[in-house]
Design a protein around this ligand. Sequence first.
Ligand code: FE
Length: 342
Amino acid sequence: MNTNFISKLYSAIALGMLLIASVVSATEVNIYSARKEDLIKPILQEFEKKSGIEVNLITGKADALLQRLISEGKNSPADILITTDAGRLYRAKNANVLQSITSDVLVDSIPEQYRDPEGYWYGLTLRARPIVYALDRVKPEQLSTYEALTDSKWKQKICIRSSDNIYNQSLIASFLAHWGEEKTLAWTSSLVKNFARPPQGGDRDQIKAVASGQCDIALVNNYYLGNMLTSKDESEVEAAKKVKIYWPNQEDRGAHVNISGAAITTSSKNQAAAIQLLEYLVSDTTQQWYAEKNLEYPIKPGIQPSEILQSWGEFKADSLSLHQLGEYNAKAVIIMDQAQWK
Ligand code: FE
């Protein structure tokens, strides 16, 4: 072999390595996230440092981001969709903007009921939708189950947000999965009769209404109460201190839970890097930080929730497979309409 050939071979190898290196360093992941930037940015920066993969974050409202993904179709720059509620993730899957992926790390870290059975989406954090009650007017002994909220003793005592909100739709969808249509319609109609006022505002507003005496009980996602308790706004802290969480259905199926989650888009051009990022989001330290920052529960078993969440005590969660919340969503919307839940 002549030296000229060897030197050519070496330079070819060097050029090849250079190309590979430039491809690797050019790897990036684009995220469409319905979560606020400060709730996720520090984790993404940590990931960038560890992996050398550049992460671009676009945040927006959940429904608007999904619409954007749908209209961009195959040309979307997005690799990952991060959003809240299994009902929404199911919608995204049905709209054909997500792709199925396999990952042992994700499967081993996330309990089966909190991920899509076909691998289209994966839960990242867990939130519960328990009862909150007025400390000065309700005794916990008066409470028991979601079912019992239709008792006439709660007439004009219940506050809850409107039926166009996905959290309530998913709650009703869970009842459809457990009870069937007839019982769910009867329960929903009776619950509406116990409303203290026409549905209005978000979950924080329901907590404030209980605190101010407009109603005695409300159904809210746990992190809203957590966020009010840790708020810089003293009036929010004061309101939050006037209510307490009650975990319903602890003797039977458990309290209703939902997730925030992530998925890889159909349009993704950086699939391997995107999977690597999702795997990073279920690592122990990330799970701890992310759930703590959002005041949600870690999705990975064995990770401690934040101190505030621990102070509410442990609870039994409904073990329903959450893709069913999506399957029953359309029916839930019809039932809420029939029950005249505004
Ligand atoms: Fe929320």
